[in-house]
Design a protein around this ligand. Sequence first.
Ligand SMILES: [Fe+2]
Length: 258
Amino acid sequence: MTNKKDSGKKKTGANENTPGQGQLPIAAGNKTAQNKLPGAVTRDASGVMRIFPTVCYMQSHQGTEKMNAELERFILEQEKTSQNISKASIRGGYHSDRKFFDEKNWAVQELKKLITAEALKYLKALWANESTAPLASIPNFKMQLGGWSVILREGDVSVPHLHPRANISGVYYVTSYKPDPKAFKGAGCLVMADPRIRVSMYPVHDQVSTLIVTPNAGTVVMFPSFLEHYVLPFKGPGTRISIAFNLAYSANAINQGN
Ligand SMILES: [Fe+2]
């Protein structure tokens, strides 16, 4: 049933499914149990609202063994011949410069295509979560991709950080992590932290405040660049190899008024 009071507020040009800023969703009869609010804010039929959700992405790719083997060979060679960037988040290990995707190596270029295709899928969901404007309304929208390789070994770590001057950040795993049975849970894993930092002021029992992702070769993970993340100390005799990357939207997609 349509709420007459709410109907009276529909003077902003917003349609039934996208009320203007500050409006509550309009119950649209039985057409849908979930009415859309600005961005991805939702209220279901029982009245439960989800405000400011964080949209992330994870996808595993089969058939990447050959590409991963070449990436592993290339990056281990790169470690010997190229500069280790010391100002990044990792402590120990190796961090290449941020021009990884400029390398002419076939596997690097194949990975670049894979990440670009995945990023376009993620972008649709992320953009819809962050903006009330259709992505198609941004003229000549583009994204700039930058990436770097990372090698971690026994005891190496990536401290908590985020990625300034970017919109989408992510990682692709070249190698899988085989946990050392004697290591603590989550060793060598990526941890993504709840961005609602104030939730920790009065946590409930078993509060879920982190998501732990175990590195698996062929898996790509993406998240908004503001999301704090880190890698717990790597334990064991193996080598953890990944490609981290940033995507920055073209300037016309950024609100320059602030
Ligand atoms: Fe990072």
